[in-house]
Structures are given as structure tokens and as C-alpha cells.
Write a protein that binds this ligand. Structure first.
Ligand code: MG
Length: 367
């Protein structure tokens, strides 16, 4: 099999509300849709970096450049294209994980469409339903935070995740516990604290959190191990869990008890599955986080979440939770906090929406 044509489409869709975390704020969602075409069939992937350096050093612009100049020409040159051949190539080339995730997930999507076998099945998924959790950013006041959670919880999400930073932690948590009682609750600090805050972070144990996500800096696995010894709340690594090697090291150091696997951060399904297998063998439960991505990335995260080790609700939410519109038919819809994965197994692209929000497109073909 050969890839005949690759279409890259950069779309930018407004968010329904600005999203603020400990290291920045965004109001628009950028994504690059990767369409791989072979033998009249198209597979879709999404490369979904955040604008600016909101979450990582890779931006939509650097991702576009890596796709157009490095990855796409070499994929078109592959004499024999398959998921294994593609991953060997991506392992050799390395670089921008979002770009690699866009192409790699499109290859799985293409394999699913060619074989007629659902993506979740191809990935070895076992579950038919995936629980969804609500994630909310940092708000200007506690009143607005509570109001937002009340509004979204009508969809029945299975847990609440709030973003925290220094000065926005104990008080909002106390307010959420008071207002929502025993709701399964977790926090995400996006690297917002330092080792000097370890004594202070012990205070969060009283809120009986499911987990504390990425409290310290990305590279500070030793610091996370010291913190994990000091607190009873399980630490979940997100930004630190960049690749198989860093997760291996985190497990050896006992830096965490849970791992958030993001397809975008690790460069695709094959790497996500390898990290899942490593964690499962080490007795570490995992779950699938998002950037958040648009619908293609969302469906991919749901498909991954059907694997046995994915033990906590995903961050994938309804399409209209974050975005003014979405690029897939049907749109993602949580019902009583649950996604039925089979509902999305033959999703299509909404061309009207893609045209409306397109900022750049490139069609690359074999010559
Ligand atoms: Mg996170």
C-alpha cells in the first residue's frame, strides 16, 4: 500500500469561553487536520498543539512546518506504507509530537476504514462505554467557578477537575466541596508549584481528591517522588509523561500513582499503547487526557480509552462544551456522563465547518 495524497488543513475555531490554566490563557482552538488518502479511502488524524507556548514549546506554526517540510514528504516516499513502517520512520525522524500524532493517528483511522473494523477494536480496546469527566479552568472568582460547574454538570459528568495555581487552590477546593459534597474531585496544577511548596501541598490532602495532576515541573521526577511520599493524595503525571523512557523512570522513582496518557503529547496511538502496557504491568492505572482536541482527536482519545488499563474518566467532553463548532459528524455528545464509543466509529468530516474556519491548506501528492 502507498499513500497517494496528504491534505493538511489548519482550522481555528473560537472557544465558547476563554480557557485559563496556571501558565496562560487561550480563546481560540487551533488544529491541523491530517487526511491520508490511499486507494480511494481517507483516514483522518488531528495534530492539535495549543497556540503560543500555552502547554508546550510546539505551536500550530512549528507543527505545520514539521509536517510540511519533514514528515509528509517522507511518508509519501514510503514504498510500503503501514502502521509499523510509519512508526519506524517517525521514530527515526523524531521531533514535534503533535505533528507525529496527527499522521500516526490518521494511519490507524485509514486502517480502520479500509478494513471496516472499528478503531477501538484495532487498538485492542475492550470497553463499549467511556466515562467522561468535566474539566474547568481558572476563573476570576469562586462564584463564577461554582456557577460554571453547576451549568456543565447537567450533562452528568463522572468527576470534576479544577485547574489550580498558587493562590487559587485551598479556597476554591473548600468552596467546591461545600457546594458539591462528595463529587469525585481532582486538581491539575500544570507544573505550577515548586519543591518549596511541598509542605503547603499537604493541605490539599484534606479534600480527599482522586488525584493531583502534575504539581511540579515537567523534568522534576525526583521532586514528585518526594512529594508523593509526603502526601496521601495520588499524584498523576501529565506533562512529565512525555515518552516511554520518562514514564519508566517515573515508575522506578515512584514519582506517581497514576499516569495521564495524551495521544498528542506522546506522538500517536502506538506510543500511547506502549505506555499503557508499561503502566498496566507496573500496576499503575492510566486515563486519557486531551489538549483539548477537536472532534477527531476526541474520538481518537475515546477509542484509546477502551483499553483495559484506562481506569479513570477521560477529559473528552461534548463538542459544544469548549468549541463554537466542531469538524465531525456526529458531534461528540455526553449522555449521563457516558460516551457510547460505537456511535462515532464511522464518523465523517463536516466540510462546511472546515471551510468556515480554515486558515491554511496544503495538498501534497506523490510526484
Ligand atoms: Mg493536565
Amino acid at each position: 500500500m502507498k499513500i497517494e495524497r496528504i491534505v493538511l488543513t489548519h482550522v481555528r475555531i473560537p472557544l465558547r469561553e476563554p480557557f485559563r490554566i496556571s501558565n496562560g490563557s487561550i480563546s481560540e482552538k487551533d488544529a491541523i487536520i491530517v487526511s491520508l488518502q490511499s486507494d480511494g479511502v481517507t483516514g483522518y488524524g488531528e495534530a492539535s498543539p495549543m497556540a503560543g507556548s500555552f502547554y508546550s514549546d510546539d505551536t500550530p506554526e512549528s507543527t505545520w512546518k514539521h509536517l510540511v517540510e519533514v514528515l509528509v514528504p517522507r511518508v509519501l516516499d514510503l514504498k510500503s506504507f503501514g502502521i509499523d513502517e510509519l512508526n519506524s520512520l517517525l521514530d527515526r525522524l523524531g521531533g514535534n509530537a503533535f505533528a507525529r500524532a496527527g499522521i500516526e493517528t490518521a494511519a490507524w483511522d485509514l486502517a480502520s476504514r479500509m478494513s471496516g473494523k472499528p478503531l477501538a477494536g484495532l487498538l485492542d480496546g475492550k470497553r463499549a462505554e467511556v466515562e467522561s469527566g468535566l474539566a474547568v479552568g481558572i476563573y476570576p472568582s469562586i462564584g463564577l467557578l461554582l456557577e460554571a460547574i453547576h451549568g456543565y454538570m447537567k450533562e452528568g459528568y463522572w468527576r470534576v477537575k479544577i485547574k489550580i495555581e498558587k493562590g487559587w487552590d485551598v479556597e476554591p477546593l473548600r468552596a467546591v466541596r461545600k457546594e458539591f459534597g462528595n463529587v469525585p474531585l481532582m486538581v491539575d496544577a500544570n507544573c505550577g508549584y515548586d519543591r518549596e511548596d511541598i509542605e503547603y501541598l499537604k493541605r490539599l490532602d484534606e479534600f480527599n481528591l482522586i488525584m493531583m495532576e502534575q504539581p511540579l515541573k515537567k523534568k522534576d521526577l525526583e521532586g514528585h517522588a518526594i512529594l508523593q511520599k509526603a502526601i496521601s493524595t495520588p499524584i498523576c503525571l501529565d506533562e512529565s509523561a512525555e515518552d516511554l523512557e520518562s514514564v519508566k523512570r517515573a515508575i522506578e522513582l515512584r514519582s506517581c500513582k497514576i499516569v495521564n496518557i495524551k495521544i498528542q503529547r506522546v506522538g500517536g496511538f502506538r506510543n500511547a499503547k506502549t505506555i499503557h502496557d508499561l503502566c498496566t504491568n507496573a500496576g499503575i492505572p492510566v486515563w486519557a487526557g486531551t489538549m483539548p482536541e477537536l472532534g477527531i482527536g476526541g474520538i481518537h482519545a475515546l477509542s484509546l480509552s477502551t483499553l483495559a488499563g484506562f481506569s479513570y474518566p477521560t477529559d473528552v467532553e461534548s463538542s459544544d462544551r469548549w468549541f463554537a463548532d466542531d469538524v465531525i459528524i456526529p458531534r461528540l455528545k455526553v449522555r449521563d456522563g457516558i460516551f457510547e464509543v460505537s456511535e462515532y466509529s464511522s464518523y465523517e468530516i463536516d466540510r462546511t465547518v472546515v471551510r468556515k474556519y480554515k486558515v491554511n491548506e496544503s495538498v501534497l501528492a506523490h510526484n
